[in-house]
Design a protein around this ligand. Structure first.
Ligand SMILES: N[C@@H](CCC(=O)N[C@@H](CS)C(=O)NCC(=O)O)C(=O)O
Length: 327
């Protein structure tokens, strides 16, 4: 989506004010658009807080934060919330230019942004529709991806699942015919990806840019790179119909490229969580869900060079952790 859709607004949310100097990423953990922004934050080693929202309610929360964007990701910085992954990455790039995601050369930059836009618009919605069409009939597979090991949240979401499923199907116009058309769009996007990969393995120029990041993040539900750092549906649990779509794509150069880009550039999480030894799930300030918590990073100063310098600006008791080990 173009940067003209950027939505900034001051927020009066207590939880964002209390940590106003630390960026807060509002997310659905499984969202590939969220993965795009998470990767940018991690790549630039920007210590940040993540708040997972319950599916469905995330729409209202995103609107409340931004004014009129009803999707996640939303990023709150210094009390201002921005919606939509493209302007969020533009903002991140402006505030934290190193390491760069935008090429310096203006022509290359234009091409990188054009490719980002292509994958955002021509791949993202179609992969989501194709995925949900196969997975929504299997709440037992989807619910854990939204509730992060919280049994109460999982029970509640299972009970409400028929309503959620109807809402998602309506919102994203999911039916057999649209899903089939979207599968064709995913294949077309992979064809284009394969045409764009250069001899040295990047989409633009000679290094990793926002074009590679967007393509790889948005393709993750299909390419299923081993380095995707969050839980996904296990191979053996995939519905046969979804596997029938994925299997022929797996050996393609495009899928192998996604895995290679993840392997080379995904790196570690720069998420901050409260408590340096706390391994219990952390209550989500927005809704009482938990976001999950991971291993404290023992060499946090080495892994997060900016952290020591910015520690006096962090909320009390905050430390850097990996959110999850690779699934
Ligand atoms: N163009 C947006 C798309 C984000 C998006 O579609 N997010 C989904 C989750 S995958 C969402 O929140 N959808 C809610 C809705 O469309 O109502 C971006 O790049 O951030």
């Amino acid at each position: 989506m173009s940067t003209s859709t950027q939505q900034d607004r001051s927020t009066s949310q207590g939880e964002t004010q209390s940590a106003s100097l630390v960026p807060v990423l509002w997310q659905l953990q499984i969202s590939h658009y969220v993965e795009k922004v998470r990767w940018a934050l991690d790549y630039k080693r920007i210590p940040h807080i993540r708040r997972s929202l319950p599916p469905g309610l995330h729409i209202q929360k995103a609107r409340e934060l931004t004014g009129d964007t009803s999707t996640v990701p939303v990023l709150t910085i210094d009390g201002h919330s921005t919606g939509d992954s493209t302007p969020i990455i533009a903002l991140i790039e402006e505030r934290w230019p190193q390491p760069p995601l935008y090429p310096e050369d203006p022509a290359q930059r234009r091409r990188a942004l054009e490719l980002e836009e292509f994958f955002d618009e021509e791949l993202g919605p179609h992969i989501r529709r194709a995925f949900y069409h196969e997975l929504l009939p299997h709440p037992e597979l989807l619910v854990p991806l939204f509730t992060h090991g919280d049994p109460l949240a999982a029970r509640t979401l299972l009970e409400q699942f028929p309503m959620l499923r109807a809402g998602i199907e309506q919102r994203f116009q999911i039916n057999a015919a649209t899903a089939s058309a979207s599968r064709a769009k995913v294949i077309a996007a992979m064809d284009r990806l394969e045409r764009e990969i250069s001899g040295i393995g990047y989409l633009v120029g000679e290094s990793f840019t926002v074009a590679d990041l967007a393509a790889a993040a948005l393709f993750y539900p299909v390419a299923r790179p081993p380095e995707f750092p969050y839980p996904t549906v296990a191979d053996e649990d995939l519905p046969d119909s979804w596997r029938a779509f994925l299997d022929p794509l797996a050996p393609r150069p495009g899928s192998r490229w996604v895995s290679e880009i993840y392997r080379r550039h995904r790196g570690q999480s720069a998420e901050l969580t409260t408590g340096d030894t706390n391994k219990a799930p952390r209550p989500d300030a927005a809704n009482g869900h938990s976001t999950g918590n991971g291993e404290p990073v023992s060499n946090s100063q080495a892994a997060f060079p900016d952290l020591a310098a910015s520690r006096d600006r962090l909320p009390a008791g905050t430390t850097a952790t990996r959110e999850h080990d690779p699934a």
